[in-house]
Design a protein around this ligand. Structure first.
Ligand code: ZN
Length: 515
């Protein structure tokens, strides 16, 4: 094509070149040598306002140029300054669209089964990519599989976000076995370690060993011997969820549980968790938050994963369940004492009322923590308690806004801040020259409405007409463009087939009809 052009008259060559250009849209899942995103308004991951438009040039897997075009007057930008395509260039027209760093889910679980029933891992990967998620911190799954998926994703042979593997630490019983476990995880290739329920003496030595091995530590503090003071003293990277923080501020050291309380009864556990924040002494809480800031303990609150506790009906009737909820996940969500997080037996208006208050205090604490200089990340813990992959993270962003953060800061939580928590801040989480090409092209302005980030889009009025818009048009991970609507269609087909295979009607598969 290029060589034959030289033989043609200049005018004909121009027409042909224009025709060729029209065909240079990226191919879903194929990394072009060069990619130009034209005329993009950029929201960076560092908490700064929207700016642009820019032509963003990606070569291989790296952002190589951000060419500023004039925001007001196109005439002030000589056409020569615009990025030019050649035969090896794919192009995306981002006129009227917003480009953000790829979203990072700081609290995810790789799940190829639920409750022992298989669920294709591609289901989770595709929803993630369709939702603009280009990296996940896996905080507990099957470690050998997670490491294999991580490596295939890194090679570009698997359509998936970047994966950072933080295996569950387990429960070593003495100091030597704790240190050995840390070294074994390092040798296996883990990126970090996830703690869930641990005694103080074991935590002290494991964190010491983890620091020596250069492994970060994410701690889901249970109601247990340790609390946020231990994370502060021993050097935890991030506290997951929220337990351990109010606990550290309870004057008597333990919550006022009823005598019949049993931690291993999940209905008990989640019901009384709804009373936890009100028992935290505000002055003590202030000290805890100050100390977390001073000792660089980040906080990944995962507001979304407890939302069913404050509004069960909302959680059970989310609109994307209709077409995108896999029957395996739907079955897992139904109240069943055998499944973690499926604890809604006798869940009452009183429980929801306590939880609503619990959220108010919790959200204020997260907001206060950030104001003090604390690092807040965003993760969704999807796959449990009525939260779907991808959709859960966007819901999490909405809840960060509800907690009092402006959308600019909310986007920073899911991009730049999460990159800091991962220790990847020099390569990920920014729309910046030299950074990895993890970018999303959004149909709409997320600063105006975070809901435009939902893969299923939003309804709006344009020029007097009702339109369906929004959604992530392109998710570019490591320079590989993935077309959001195409992936979402594939997910829908996958779900329809799985439902047909087990004779589940769509209207019975939404998890909203507990049996
Ligand atoms: Zn989790």
């Amino acid at each position: 094509m290029r060589s034959s052009l030289r033989l043609l008259l200049p005018a004909a060559a121009l027409v042909l070149a224009a025709a060729a250009r029209a065909q240079t849209a990226p191919v879903n899942g194929v990394r072009p040598a060069r990619l130009i995103i034209h005329n993009a308004t950029v929201v960076d991951g560092n908490g700064t306002p929207a700016k642009g438009p820019f032509d963003i040039v990606v070569e291989g897997n790296t952002i190589t140029q951000l060419i500023p075009l004039d925001a007001v007057s196109a005439g002030r930008n000589p056409a020569a300054r615009r990025a030019r395509a050649d035969a090896n260039t794919a192009e995306i027209d981002a006129t009227g669209k917003y480009v953000l760093p790829g979203l990072i889910d700081a609290h995810a679980h790789l799940q190829d089964e639920r409750g022992g029933t298989p669920q294709p891992i591609e289901y989770e990967f595709k929803i993630w990519l369709a939702s603009g998620i280009t990296a996940v911190r896996d905080v507990g799954s099957s470690t050998p599989k997670a490491l294999a998926w991580r490596d295939s994703s890194a090679k570009g042979t698997l359509a998936a976000p970047r994966i950072f593997v933080y295996p569950q630490f387990g429960r070593p019983t003495n100091a030597d076995s704790a240190r050995a476990r840390v070294r074994a995880l390092k040798a296996m290739g883990a990126d970090g370690i996830k703690l869930l329920g641990i005694d103080r003496d074991i935590m002290r030595v494991m964190e010491d060993e983890a620091h020596k091995e250069g492994l970060r530590v994410a701690h889901h503090v249970g109601v247990e011997e340790t609390n946020a003071w231990d994370d502060i003293h021993f050097g935890t990277t991030s506290i997951e969820h929220w337990y351990g923080i109010p606990d550290a501020a309870i004057p008597d050291g333990v919550q006022a549980f009823p005598a019949s309380y049993n931690y291993n009864n999940e209905t008990d556990r989640f019901r009384w968790a709804g009373h936890l924040w009100r028992e935290a002494d505000p002055e003590r809480l202030d000290m805890v938050l100050d100390s977390m800031v001073a000792h660089h303990v980040a906080w990944v609150p995962t507001f979304d994963i407890y939302e069913a506790s404050r509004d069960l009906q909302r959680a059970q009737t989310q609109p994307w369940f209709k077409d995108y909820l896999h029957p395996t996940l739907a079955e897992y969500f139904k109240p069943d004492p055998a499944n973690h997080g499926s604890y809604f037996f006798g869940w009452s208006s009183t429980d929801e009322t306590y939880w609503k208050e619990n959220y108010r205090i919790w959200m204020n604490a997260v907001r206060e923590f950030a104001r003090k200089g604390g690092l807040v990340g965003a993760g969704d813990d999807a796959g449990f308690i009525y939260q779907m992959y991808g959709f859960g993270l966007i819901r999490e962003l909405e809840l960060h806004q509800e907690a009092g953060f402006s959308p600019i800061k909310v986007i920073q939580h899911a991009t730049g801040n999460n990159a800091l928590i991962l220790g990847e801040e020099s390569e990920l989480g920014r729309v910046r020259q030299g950074y990895k090409a993890d970018l999303i092209v959004v149909n709409g302005n997320p600063l105006e409405n975070l809901k435009v980030l939902y893969a299923t889009g939003v309804d709006d009025i344009k020029d007097g007409h009702a339109v369906h818009t929004g959604g992530v048009e392109w998710t570019i991970k490591d320079g590989i463009p993935y077309h959001g609507p195409t992936l979402l269609r594939q997910v829908k087909e996958m779900v329809a087939k799985a439902r047909a295979a087990r004779g589940t009607k769509a209207d019975k598969a939404d998890g909203s009809r507990p049996r």
